[in-house]
Write a protein that binds this ligand. Structure first.
Ligand SMILES: C[S@@+](CC[C@H](N)C(=O)[O-])C[C@H]1O[C@@H](n2cnc3c(N)ncnc32)[C@H](O)[C@@H]1O
Length: 259
């Protein structure tokens, strides 16, 4: 039995923890608890609820307005795992600077970053986006088509990246990617980068942008890109999507092919 005196001594420690990590607790509350409660109350997923809001508030065929409507929902209603406006600016600038003809996104979610990238692509470019959760993919498909992008511009592939990547060339006609946006589960980053290398799917000079390398973090991935000799890399320091108080970053790699 813990004596009341010892229990009292822990109170300042617990209060300090609560204050110090309050943004992470708030994130847990918004992203996990609230989501769970509302999923049960409404019987539909958070992503489907966000889509219904977008459908009734956004202008069809206007990708920018659709992005802003998602941002409004995520800021004022429920948290979403979209890349969000702050990191979106970095992604938008890199697409503009690189003018890639073939783009691969790993982790489509609701299609937010997909339409952000698609709206900046040069004529004739093609974007492949991979999502393993069929419910998220169903939402993304509707969002991408609502934004006005057809199958020739954006192809959504439903399946886990480890199964899809080896089939990209034969089944989907992707010869080499010039721009890769990695935004799926962080533990898959290293494995999938090596899969892309092994299947010779990275064009020389290709840009790889990896999200959330600080929070939740992808240490093995970062260690590999720094030591393998195949990439030049830098980190864009920013904050977690829709949570300015939580530091995060995106790693930008340039594939040199040398090792
Ligand atoms: C952070 S969200 C992606 C956000 C999206 N890129 C955006 O900014 O709009 C991560 C998504 O990756 C998907 N995912 C996770 N691991 C995956 C894998 N191995 N293959 C394909 N999709 C995956 C999840 O189902 C989830 O929808």
């Amino acid at each position: 039995m813990v004596s009341p005196a010892i229990a009292l001594a822990f109170i300042p420690f617990v209060v300090t923890l609560l204050i110090r990590y309050r943004h992470y607790f708030l994130l847990f509350y918004r992203a996990v608890l609230l989501r769970w409660l509302r999923d049960h109350a409404t019987g539909i997923s958070r992503e489907e609820r966000a889509f219904q809001y977008v459908l009734t508030h956004a202008i069809p065929g206007d990708p920018q307005h659709i992005l802003e409507t998602f941002d409004h929902w995520a800021n004022h209603r429920e948290y979403l795992s979209n890349i969000g406006p702050q990191k979106g600016k970095i992604l938008d600038r890199l697409i503009y600077e690189n003018t890639p003809l073939t783009v691969l996104e790993l982790g489509t979610y609701c299609g937010y970053a997909t339409i952000l990238m698609a709206q900046g692509l040069p004529m004739g470019a093609r974007l492949y986006t991979v999502e393993m959760d069929p419910r998220n993919a169903a939402v993304a498909e509707k969002v991408i088509r609502l934004a006005g992008f057809d199958e020739d511009t954006v192809e959504l592939i439903v399946g886990p990246s480890e199964e899809v990547i080896p089939q990209l060339r034969e089944k989907h006609g992707l010869l080499k990617a010039n721009f890769i946006f990695m935004d799926h589960w962080k533990r898959c980053y290293l494995r999938d980068l090596q899969l892309l290398e092994d299947h010779n799917l990275l064009a020389e000079g290709a840009t790889v942008l990896a999200n959330n390398v600080i929070f939740p973090g992808a240490p093995h991935f970062l260690q590999y890109v720094k030591t393998c000799g195949k990439y030049q890399s830098k980190t864009h320091r920013t904050s977690l999507q829709y949570f300015r108080a939580i530091p995060d970053g995106m790693a930008e790699l340039t594939y040199t092919g040398l090792h």
